[in-house]
Design a protein around this ligand. Structure first.
Ligand code: UD1
Length: 329
């Protein structure tokens, strides 16, 4: 029987897109998710187990029963302002549970570990571009909780046979182009999701946080990456590790950015009608511009993005949001 892959948080936005791609190529999957933010019906392949990635007994059993050789760890809380208001929730869920999971992996002799990290580990870098060797300097507990997990993983890899790929996600957006799954996150705060909710009539308006940044049009610039390209980066990372690759940290982005106004213009074009916006002061903690240096991921992984196109990102987001609106009605 084929060796298994444990996917924690596989019922969530990014995890479910990775499960879809791994399932489609015939991988044997077991998905562990406590459904705190995920949805069981987003898991299109593999066996779904409702439970917590920090539950060591449960994890130990799954690693044994599925003869797991690789773990992909998505389960985490991801809302930056919430992490500021309730830091221990983030250190408990993101950092402590990752420690428990790593202990189970070490004890079971799991060889490959792929970890969902974030551009938030960079904090506010001096220039627009953040490279993997830029010193991490997170400015919120969310970023710190992920950075601490990165360090545990690095140390464990040095002291054992486990090899890892840390993927630092920039601004993930868009939904499965086949329309089977998408971003269903409740209480969304991310720009493209919020804009799509306005276009679909779920929200009244989009607030633009800051119009006086030192950027070409005064609004914040980010590197938006389509979730299906990000999912493919995980598939390639797994291939890399199984081929004997050494532990590595890689940015996941396209290497160029769009401003909030450019995103809004694109949403208006796809929507056919302008969405309501309101200009607001800057949101505390937002860097003016944050773009991934992408030379390393392109060199190390055989990863060729397919959806590096803002129109596609926005269109797939809107299509999914309209589906959700029909379900709600
Ligand atoms: C933040 C984190 C990032 C994390 C992501 C998901 C930081 C610096 N970044 O990304 O690491 O992975 O959340 O948790 O901590 N904007 C508006 N109106 C809105 C929403 C956003 O104008 O309603 C603007 C923001 O000011 C920013 C851009 O849109 O310029 C993107 O913001 P957002 O989608 O919230 O993501 P980040 O803050 O970049």
């Amino acid at each position: 029987m084929k060796r298994g892959i444990l996917v924690t948080g596989g019922a969530g936005y990014i995890g479910s897109h990775v499960v879809k791609q791994l399932g489609a190529i015939g991988e044997r999957l077991v998905v562990l998710d406590n459904l705190s933010t995920g949805f069981a019906d987003a898991v299109l392949y593999g066996d779904f187990v409702e439970g917590d990635s920090g539950d060591m007994d449960r994890v130990e059993t799954l690693l044994r029963d599925y003869d797991v050789d690789a773990v992909l760890h998505f389960a985490a809380h991801t809302i930056v302002p919430e992490s500021v208001a309730d830091p221990l929730k983030y250190y408990g869920n993101n950092t402590c549970k990752t420690r428990n999971l790593l202990q189970c992996c070490a004890e079971a002799g799991v060889k490959h570990f792929i970890f969902s990290s974030t551009a938030a580990v960079y904090g506010i870098p001096p220039g627009a571009y953040a490279a993997e060797d830029s010193p991490p300097a997170p400015i919120n507990p969310y970023g710190t909780s992920k950075w601490m997990s990165e360090m545990m993983l690095r140390d464990l890899s040095q002291s054992s046979d486990l090899k890892h790929v840390i993927l630092r996600y920039f601004n993930v957006a868009g939904s499965d182009p086949e329309g089977k799954i998408g971003q269903s996150t409740r209480k969304a705060t991310l720009l493209i999701k919020v804009a799509a909710e306005v276009a679909a009539g779920k929200r009244e308006k989009l607030l633009i946080f800051g119009t006086d940044y030192p950027t070409p049009d005064g609004t914040g610039v980010r590197d938006y990456i389509h979730v299906s390209d990000l999912a493919d980066a995980h598939v390639q990372a797994l291939r890399y590790l199984r081929a004997g690759g050494t532990s590595v940290t890689l940015n996941c982005g396209y290497g160029h950015g769009y401003s909030v106004r450019q995103v809004v213009d694109q949403v208006n074009r796809v929507n056919g009608l302008p969405i309501a916006v309101e200009e607001q002061p800057r949101r505390p903690g937002d860097p003016p511009e944050l773009v991934a240096a992408v030379e390393k991921i392109r060199r190390v992984l055989d990863w060729t993005p397919k959806y590096d196109n803002l129109e596609v990102i926005v269109r797939t987001s809107l299509e999914w949001e309209r589906k959700l609106a029909v379900r709600r009605a």
